[in-house]
Ligand binder design. Structure first.
Ligand code: ISE
Length: 334
């Protein structure tokens, strides 16, 4: 049976999801592309062969010819649209963040728990990236001994908007690290501090965070949204018996003129293409079977990322180490 998917939002990520559905998801078809901007919806629909276009997300979610939904519209719509999908009994792959407000994440969790079934898979795609999967496995296999530290670097060429702030580095970019490090280390955070160096211009400076986990490990995260040279994500997991570092991901290397060079992607879509495909295939199996994928991110994970980000913003503003205070994990998400 072919599952008919709707993609809500035809911006950068919506177009990327539409492409993946059309080209990399056997068993799925692109039924509707929905965007407030009719021209944008049509351009993406035409490019990837969608059956229809629409401009009302609520109407799309209710359609009988839509089996499941991918939400890639602006961040503030993620929680309300995920709740609409839960109410309609449709499984949804919602782009990160579920919400930047932990209180709103709790509302989505409540809605899902009320239904007694899992409906929401959250698009923290790095969980499906080979490098992080190998780090997690190495730790589980005992190859590194007890984990002590995880260092992370996350660099964008430039900020998406000129009014991007240090707080937004924490609420918009860092949640990827907040989320995937929790998965790799299999723990939660206890406290966070955040610091910024000074730039010589008015662009947003990097943010460096130090997090303590509940298992007494340290996690460092550098977010540099104006790194200029390329999209660059690095990580190193340091254990008592060894360390595992992520390699620069590039399929080729140019050796010429007495030097050697590998290229950087301009943004995350190329770097994480395989992760997105794996994630979206896992979503398809979730829709088919109702079984929540083992390593996928849930509403609970979305809540955890939001709580850490809120504490991180407070830490940056106050210059103080800030406690990360979460509710206990509901049995439903165990
Ligand atoms: C950005 O905010 C994102 O959402 C992307 O997924 C991420 O990879 C990028 O580096 C972030 O800055």
């Amino acid at each position: 049976m072919t599952l008919r998917l709707a993609v809500i939002g035809a911006g950068l990520m919506g177009a990327d999801h539409a492409k993946i559905v059309a080209e990399d998801l056997p068993g799925a078809s692109l039924q509707v592309v929905c965007d407030m901007d009719a021209g944008r919806a049509k351009a993406v629909a035409d490019r990837f062969g969608a059956a229809d276009v629409a401009n009302s997300p609520e109407a799309v979610i209710a359609r009988a010819d839509v089996d499941a939904v991918i939400v890639a519209s602006p961040d503030f719509t993620h929680a309300p649209l995920s709740m609409a999908c839960i109410k309609a009994g449709k499984r949804v792959l919602c782009e990160k963040p579920l919400s930047q407000s932990s209180a709103e994440c709790l509302q989505v969790m409540d809605e899902e728990m009320l239904c007694g079934e899992r409906f929401v898979q959250l698009g923290f795609m790095r969980r499906y990236d080979q490098s992080y999967m190998e780090m997690r496995q190495a730790l589980r296999d005992g190859a590194l001994g007890r984990a002590l530290m995880m260092h992370n670097f996350h660099r964008n060429v430039e900020t998406p908007a000129s009014d991007f702030t240090g707080a937004m580095a924490i609420t918009n970019s860092a949640p990827h690290e907040f989320d995937v490090v929790r998965l790799v280390l299999d723990t939660e955070y206890r406290a966070i501090s955040a610091h910024q160096p000074k730039r010589s211009d008015s662009r947003v400076a990097p943010v460096v965070m130090v997090l303590e986990t509940q298992d007494d490990q340290l996690v460092t995260i550098e977010i540099n949204n104006n790194a200029a040279y390329g999209y660059d994500v690095r990580a190193e997991l340091v254990g008592e018996a060894g360390s595992l570092a992520m390699n620069h991901v590039a399929y080729t290397r140019l050796d010429a003129k007495l030097s050697s060079a590998t290229a950087y992607e301009p943004d995350w879509r190329g770097r994480y293409h395989e992760a997105y495909v794996r994630q979206n295939r896992a979503f398809l199996r979730f829709v088919e079977t109702g079984q929540f994928p083992e390593i996928a991110s849930s509403c609970w994970d979305g809540y955890c990322a939001a709580v850490v980000a809120e504490a991180g913003v407070l830490a940056l503003e106050s210059g103080q180490k800030t406690l990360v205070e979460m509710i206990s994990k509901p049995e439903f998400y165990a």
